[in-house]
Design a protein around this ligand. Structure first.
Ligand code: 5AD
Ligand code: SF4
Length: 473
C-alpha cells in the first residue's frame, strides 16, 4: 500500500474510533447523570495552537463540552512546548496544582501531549513524580487522539504512546477553529535545519511537506466554511515541496492558494533567511492577497555567532536580503526572533545584533533569553554565558527593538487601511479589535456584527504597537 492509501485508511480508522469513543462517553454521561467537560491549554507556537484546535475538535466530536476553568474540567489536556525551559516549568507547576483538584473530582483525567513529551527525561519525570497523569502522547501521533482517549478510559494505568517519528500525515479529522473567519493550515511538519540551540528537529522530526492538492482542498473547504484568512504553517516554509514526488515550490503554492475564491488574506510563518528566494519576493510583491508581513528570524547579528548557531547566513547577507525586501515591497512589515545569551556571546556580538535591528528597523521582534536544551549541540558548548551577562544586555536589545518598532508604526498614522475585525476589545466592550495586513492591531468603535469582516479604517492615533482608528466608508 502506498503512503497516500495508508493515510486514508488511518483516517477512516480514526473516524471509527470517534464513533466508538462517542458511545463510551454517552454511557458515562448517562451513568453520571451530567455532562462531561474539557479544557485545553496550549503552550508555544502557532503550530501548537493549530494542534489544539484538532484536540478540541475531537473532544467536541465525542461529546465533551468545553469550559473555561481548567480546575473544574473532567478532561484536562496540556499541549506542551519545549523550545525554552520556562514553558516546561509552567507545565510542571500546573500539574502540581491539578493534583488536589483530581482528588476532589474522581472523573478528572489529565492528558499531556506536544513537543515536551518527545523527550525521554520528561517522560521519566512524569512517571515518577506525577503518576496521576492518565494519558501521554507526542507530536507524531496526535491524529490518534480519539483512539488514545478510548484506550485511556479502558485502562486503569497511565497510557503512554510516543513515536520517534512518522511519515504519516492524517489531516482529515474534526477541527474546532478558534476563529470562524481565519485558520492556520499546516503545509509541512518538522525541521531539517538543526540550528545548534534548537530542540525542534529532535521533537518534531524531519521535514515533511504535505501534497499541494491536499493543502488546496483543505483551504477550499475552509473558504466554503467562511474562512477569509489563512496562515500557512511550517518551521521553514521556504523549503516547502522538497521531497515530494511532483513537488512545487513555496511561491508556486502561494500562487495556487491565491486563486481560491473567498480567501482574502494569506499569511505564512516561519521563513528561514537562508532559503528565501527572489521568486518569493516577486510573488509577494505582485499579490493582492498575501499580507504585507514577513517574519524573518535573525537570532543574532554577529556573523561569528550565526556560524556557531549553524544558521547558514552572515550579518551582511541578512542585511542585503532585508534591504532587497524593503526595496521591492516598501510597505512590508518585517518582524524577527532574537536570542540573547548564546554560548560564547560577547558585548561586541550584542552590538552587532543591535546594529542589525537599527538597520533593518524591525516592525516587531520576539527577544528570547537563550535556554539550554539538553541534547542540542549548543548545550554542550563550554563557553555558556552568565546570567549577569544576559541581564546586562537583554534590555539593550529589547529597548532598541521597541524604539525601532515605534518608529515604524508611527509612519502609518493617518493612513487608510483594510482591517480584518477579529474580536471585541478586551478592555472596552463598545470597541472591536482588528488586524492590518502588516499584522499590527487597531481598535475601532464597533460591535460584534463586524467580527470576521474586512473594513476600511483610518488610523487616527498610534500608541506604539497598536493604533486607534475610525471606520471610513
Ligand atoms: N533558547 C532561546 N530561544 C530559542 N528559540 C529556539 N530555541 C531556543 C533556545 N534554546 C527561539 C528562536 C526561534 C523561536 C521560535 O524560538 O528564536 O526562532
Ligand atoms: Fe529550530 Fe532552526 Fe528549525 Fe527554526 S529553523 S525550528 S530555529 S532548528
Amino acid at each position: 500500500m502506498d503512503n497516500k492509501a495508508e493515510n486514508a485508511l488511518e483516517n477512516s480508522r480514526q473516524l471509527e474510533y470517534i464513533e466508538k469513543t462517542k458511545e463510551l462517553i454517552a454511557n458515562k454521561k448517562k451513568a453520571l447523570g451530567r455532562e462531561l467537560t474539557f479544557h485545553v491549554t496550549t503552550f508555544g507556537c502557532q503550530m501548537n495552537a493549530r494542534d489544539s484546535e484538532k484536540l478540541s475538535g475531537i473532544l467536541k466530536a465525542i461529546g465533551f463540552i468545553e469550559i473555561p476553568d481548567e480546575d473544574k474540567a473532567d478532561f484536562v489536556i496540556f499541549n506542551t512546548c519545549t523550545v525554552r525551559d520556562n514553558a516546561n516549568q509552567r507545565v510542571y507547576g500546573r500539574l502540581g496544582t491539578l493534583k488536589a483538584q483530581k482528588k476532589k473530582n474522581k472523573e478528572m483525567k489529565i492528558a499531556l501531549c506536544g513537543c515536551m513529551m518527545q523527550e525521554e527525561t520528561v517522560i521519566e519525570k512524569i512517571k515518577s513524580s506525577y503518576s496521576y497523569v492518565n494519558l501521554i502522547f507526542g507530536t507524531h501521533n496526535i491524529f490518534k487522539f480519539a483512539e488514545l482517549i478510548y484506550t485511556m478510559y479502558e485502562s486503569d494505568r497511565m497510557v503512554i504512546d510516543i513515536w520517534k517519528d512518522t511519515d504519516k500525515i492524517v489531516e482529515d479529522l474534526p477541527v474546532d477553529r478558534k476563529y470562524p473567519f481565519k485558520s492556520g493550515v499546516n503545509i509541512m511538519f518538522g525541521c531539517n535545519n538543526f540550528c545548534t540551540y534548537c530542540i525542534v528537529p529532535y521533537v518534531r522530526g524531519r521535514e515533511r511537506s504535505r501534497e499541494p492538492k491536499e493543502i488546496i482542498n483543505e483551504i477550499e473547504k475552509l473558504s466554503k466554511d467562511g474562512v477569509k484568512e489563512v496562515m500557512l504553517l511550517g518551521q521553514n516554509v521556504n523549503s516547502y515541496g522538497k521531497g515530494l514526488d511532483n513537488g512545487i515550490s513555496f511561491p508556486e503554492l502561494l500562487k495556487e492558494i491565491e486563486k481560491i475564491e473567498g480567501i482574502e488574506r494569506i499569511r505564512f510563518m516561519t521563513s528561514h533567511p537562508k532559503d528565501l528566494s527572489d521568486e518569493l519576493i516577486d510573488v509577494m510583491k505582485n499579490s493582492k492577497k498575501i499580507c504585507r508581513h514577513l517574519h524573518l528570524p535573525l537570532q543574532s547579528g554577529s556573523t561569528r555567532i550565526l556560524k556557531a548557531m549553524n544558521r547558514h547566513y552572515t550579518k551582511d547577507s541578512y542585511l542585503a536580503l532585508a534591504e532587497k525586501i524593503r526595496r521591492e515591497i516598501p510597505d512590508i512589515a518585517i518582524t524577527t526572533d532574537i536570542i540573547v545569551g548564546f554560548p560564547g556571546e560577547t558585548k561586541e556580538d550584542i552590538d552587532e545584533t543591535i546594529d542589525v535591528i537599527n538597520k533593518v528597523k524591525y516592525d516587531g521582534a520576539f527577544t528570547f533569553v537563550y535556554s539550554k536544551r539538553t541534547g542540542t549541540p549548543a548545550a554542550s558548548m563550554e563557553n555558556q554565558v552568565t546570567e549577569e551577562f544576559v541581564k546586562e544586555h537583554f534590555d539593550r536589545v529589547l529597548n532598541t527593538v521597541q524604539e525601532r518598532a515605534k518608529d515604524r508604526a508611527v509612519l502609518k498614522t493617518n493612513s487608510i487601511e483594510d482591517v480584518l475585525i477579529e474580536e471585541i476589545n478586551d478592555h472596552d466592550a463598545t470597541m472591536v479589535t482588528g488586524r492590518l495586513s502588516n499584522n499590527l492591531c487597531v481598535h475601532v468603535k464597533g460591535t460584534e456584527e463586524l467580527i470576521g469582516k474586512i473594513v476600511t479604517v483610518k488610523l487616527t492615533e498610534c500608541n506604539g504597537f497598536y493604533y486607534m482608528g475610525e471606520i471610513v466608508d
